[in-house]
Design a protein around this ligand. Sequence first.
Ligand SMILES: C[S@@+](CC[C@H](N)C(=O)[O-])C[C@H]1O[C@@H](n2cnc3c(N)ncnc32)[C@H](O)[C@@H]1O
Length: 439
Amino acid sequence: MVYNNKENKSLKTLNKSFVAYSSTLKKREDYSWDFKKANTKEYTHCFHSYPAMMIPQVARRIIENYGLGSKLLFDPFCGTGTSLVEANLKGINAVGADINPLARLIAKVKTTRININYLDSCLQKFFDNIFKLNFASIDDYQSELPKIKNIDYWFSRETQVKLNIVFRYVESIEDEKVKNFFKVAFSETVRESSFVRSNEFKLVRIKNLEDKKDVDVFAIMSSKLLRNRQGLIEFQNVCPVNVESKIYDINSTINIPLNILTPNSVDIVVTSPPYGDSKTTVAYGQFSRFSNEWLGYKDAHQIDKKLMGGMKIKNLPYFNSRILNDTLNTLNKIDEKRTLDVLSFYNDFQAAIKNISKVVKKNGFACFVVGNRTVKNITIPNDEITVEFLTQNGFLHIETIIRNIPSKRMPIKNSPSNIIGETSTTMKNEYIVICQKIK
Ligand SMILES: C[S@@+](CC[C@H](N)C(=O)[O-])C[C@H]1O[C@@H](n2cnc3c(N)ncnc32)[C@H](O)[C@@H]1O
């Protein structure tokens, strides 16, 4: 086919604009917040699994968009410290808070530098000891097991003894940083060698106990240690040396002590709070119970009660959120008892946001990654409730980004407006709420 000049020109122009359009589409695709194919286990993010972990790429992009040049990032519900790791990688100091001792241990170890030659010498010593153990002396380890509720229901006798051998070795390590590094690997080893179903956060026992009667505890522990060593090397290769993360046992709903964070001291908050009480949503305490018990942390059973929404309130609180009040009224007509559970959670969440808001500097950012839960077929719009709570505390809503939880792809929108009472069966989206402190 022959084109005349004019046609040729318009074709060229069309082609040019098509190329430009495709590259915009490509950029938009690259800019998706779904991070469908991203490696979420880079650096120290591989150290330990945990319920409802934040995707590192989400924390990273929030920091890139709103936190560059910041001096201090705060995560009041830091869990295993995803946002702290990402802050440190960007040269930003970080403070994390969590009630769960296991979460604090993991967050600390993920952000602590260790000299690799020294770590290697400790690892070598461990492998030499554990694999050359004189099994005649194994009887010594059958006594003095740590206090684990219903231990025989959850661990075979063989596993209990092997775990105790590893645990006692870990306890004997003198260097605190190395000891904690080993504890994190031990914690995952405990869970993997128990009779707990691996795909559950709650404690549910597997059906076929024979499969896990004689698990190779030493091999599991060794593979965790070597995997984490690799992650630590990657982290240390890129993380600036002059930054640090400090992690505290703070209940964000009660108060944030002045000796830890003074008012107006934080540049950016990057956090993913629970989206409901642990009993009816994500059971952080149950998930961590065995690790906390083996590691000797007190009150391992009580954690879920201490977390947001864990203690039922008796009086009707006043909420600074029209959307929340409307949603609760709708829910109350369906189920008064469930409404009380939900109320207790939001009473704590409202108090936590008040405390968190105080420590953020003027012009600083609060970035909350939240999920919208459904109770009795009523969607509770946590994203909008978070915006309302923050705006009541001196913040301006900048944007809310909807992120698909991968495998369920949906278009990206800004500033969504959920309809109260809208039903939904699964949680397909996560909402990244960005607000800036203006007062
Ligand atoms: C969604 S998880 C955070 C996960 C974290 N972003 C990560 O990537 O590992 C929420 C965390 O909030 C903690 N939490 C719940 N209530 C709390 C409270 N009142 N004060 C401090 N932490 C709390 C839980 O223990 C849990 O670790």
